[in-house]
Design a protein around this ligand. Structure first.
Ligand code: SF4
Ligand code: SF4
Length: 82
């Protein structure tokens, strides 16, 4: 299961590509074959399972396109001592 998940508000995107350049796992790209309501090629995720939830895309995006969710860490259990 992915550590993170991004929700993309596609029609806010202006296709500037900033987020594509900073995603550390290189899973963002501009759509090649479609346009959003503003007439731009919107950003899309190529491999959702690889998202780390780092939030870099959301921080750099000037148009508040991303909402990032991170999976909570499971608490570690102490090993049983015999
Ligand atoms: S949260 Fe991080 S890993 Fe996930 S898409 Fe954004 S920049 Fe890439
Ligand atoms: S930084 Fe924001 S506006 Fe620019 S391509 Fe990425 S999602 Fe679209």
């Amino acid at each position: 299961m992915a550590k993170g998940m991004v929700i993309i508000d596609e029609d806010r995107c202006k296709g500037c590509g900033l987020c594509v350049t900073v995603c550390p796992v290189h899973i963002l790209q501009l759509a090649e074959d479609r346009f959003n309501a503003k007439g731009y090629r919107p950003v899309e995720v190529t491999d959702p399972e690889a998202c780390t939830g780092c939030t870099v895309c959301a921080i750099i995006c000037p148009d508040v396109v991303f909402t990032v969710y991170r999976r909570k860490r499971q608490p570690r259990r102490a090993a049983a001592v015999a």
